[in-house]
Design a protein around this ligand. Structure first.
Ligand code: FAD
Length: 440
């Protein structure tokens, strides 16, 4: 079958198995060169193995929930969206969420996902109590901060290269309501955007949409959005009646890949101008639903076909805090002058790192999509060089094309990760197209 990540590039013709029991799973792992596949929402080739891709879709049961501590024990193939629809009505929400709820718990741990609150509350790592994993010897073992702690640390962020996670125990956050008090702050350029983040470090959530085609004094003009789980006291009577209501928004589906000519500098410019105007109009604080605040893209199912048949690439880097301003200016100038950027460029403030090889570090992360073509491949080479020049690193969950040397130059922890895999035999048992490309 043809398998790819969310970017639909690269695509590989490989076999995927979907074991239904732990015993079957252990047999597949013993065959070697295995990698787990959750819901395929990583963009590139991290959830595809040339020989042995193992889907976790049948490991989709929730096992227990403790309403006192908010601790959920569930199988790794459970979708985040199902966690929300089950526990939001009880007043709980995930501590950390990526920009889509169509990810599995296993995928969230493996990528050590970060959300709009990383600057304050960190990544998924912080909310995992333990997990059970099929390791390189095909045994199922439990890992926590006390038990097999080294494997615990390398696995969260380890992109499936340390084993197949089977069960997880994670903590959910008690909330007073599912409504989000969103404050919208339109800013004129990148400097103002950075000021808005730094002046609002105590906001639980912060994120900016950034116009990567603007230039001159408007370079990096943005809409910064701050958010808090709304307290019950600020809700009106109607909202109080829907405190934890799980409202399923209307969803649209993009049935076929759009012609590539629809996405060009002019359409992106028009979209950006309209979005910026909308941001100015909605300036200030208002209550919005959790779904539209956290998951605006989930409203259009299959939006990844918007970039046409050849698919798209995502670029996501983080630049360390002390060099963020300089580095971001150089990145955005490069993108703006090439004009190849996407509708959706996102800027976030990250806090301290956790996990053996996980992506976040204190600084600013910029993420944006590019349709696959020769010009954008060259642009991404240049963006990678700028990132390296400022001491930044790259998010493997978004990568589909980086070279071995770029990845190694970006992160001194890579050599330890490789040695750990070699010493434990993991390099024989766990392998993805990405890990082969990056020489992991
Ligand atoms: C629209 C969109 C928005 C996003 N926003 C964010 C964001 O804000 N922040 C962020 O951090 N990420 C974000 N992501 C990336 C996404 O959260 C990660 O790629 C996540 O890992 C996808 O989960 P998945 O279940 O689809 O995993 P897959 O894509 O199937 O797999 C991803 C990796 O996890 C490994 N894996 C999956 N399941 C297991 C398992 N059971 N055991 C061991 N390894 C496993 C795979 O081998 C692979 O290396 C976004 C993605 C999309 C499409």
């Amino acid at each position: 079958m043809k398998l790819s990540g969310w970017g639909r590039y690269p695509t590989h013709n490989v076999r995927e198995s979907a074991p239904r029991s732990i015993e079957q799973l252990q047999e597949f792992v013993a065959a070697g060169s295995a990698v787990a596949r959750g819901n395929g929402r990583s963009y590139g080739d991290s959830a595809v193995s040339a020989f042995n891709t193992i889907s976790t879709r049948h490991f989709n049961k929730m096992i227990s929930f403790d309403t006192q501590t908010g601790t959920l024990v569930a199988e790794a193939g459970v979708l985040l969206g199902d966690v929300i629809s089950s526990f939001l009505p009880l007043g709980f929400f995930p501590y950390v969420t990526p920009g889509t709820k169509y990810v599995t718990l296993g995928g969230m741990l493996a990528a050590d996902v970060h959300g709009k609150n990383h600057h304050l509350e960190g990544s998924m790592y912080n909310y995992v109590d333990w997990f059970e994993i099929i390791d390189a010897s095909s045994k199922m073992i439990r890992c926590s901060r006390k038990e097999n702690s080294e494997l615990f640390s390398w696995t969260i962020g380890g992109m499936g290269l340390t084993g197949i996670i089977v069960r997880v125990a994670i903590r959910l956050r008690p909330i007073e309501s599912a409504w989000i008090a969103q404050t919208t702050v339109p800013v004129k350029n990148l400097n103002e955007a950075i000021d808005a983040f730094e002046n609002n470090l105590s906001s639980t959530y912060s994120v900016a949409w950034i116009d990567c085609l603007s230039s001159g004094g408007s370079l990096g003009r943005s809409i910064v959005m701050l958010g808090e789980h709304a307290h019950e006291s600020v809700l009106d009577d109607v909202q109080k009646k829907t405190l934890f209501k799980h409202v399923d928004r209307a969803k649209w589906t993009l049935p076929v890949a759009l012609p590539r000519c629809l996405l060009n500098r002019v359409t992106v410019k028009v979209f950006n101008a309209m979005y910026f105007r909308y941001g100015q109009k909605t300036k200030g604080t208002r209550l919005v639903s959790w779904d539209s605040f956290f998951y605006p893209l989930d409203a259009l199912l299959g939006w990844n076909k918007i970039y046409g048949r050849r698919g798209f690439l995502q670029f996501q880097c983080v630049i360390p805090l002390e060099k963020s301003s300089e580095g971001l200016h150089e990145l955005v100038t490069e993108i703006s002058s090439t004009g190849g950027g996407s509708f959706l460029a996102v800027l976030k403030r990250l806090g301290e790192s956790a996990g053996g090889i996980s992506f976040p570090m204190s600084g600013y992360t910029l993420a944006l999509d590019f349709p696959v073509n020769g010009r954008n491949m060259k642009l991404m080479d240049r963006l990678e060089q700028i990132t390296l020049q400022y001491g930044g690193r790259f998010y493997l969950a978004k990568d589909a094309r980086m070279s071995k040397s770029t990845f190694r130059s970006s992160d001194s922890r890579v050599t330890d990760f490789i040695s750990m895999r070699e010493n434990s035999g993991m390099n024989q048992n766990f392998e993805s197209m990405q890990s082969t490309r990056l020489g992991l």
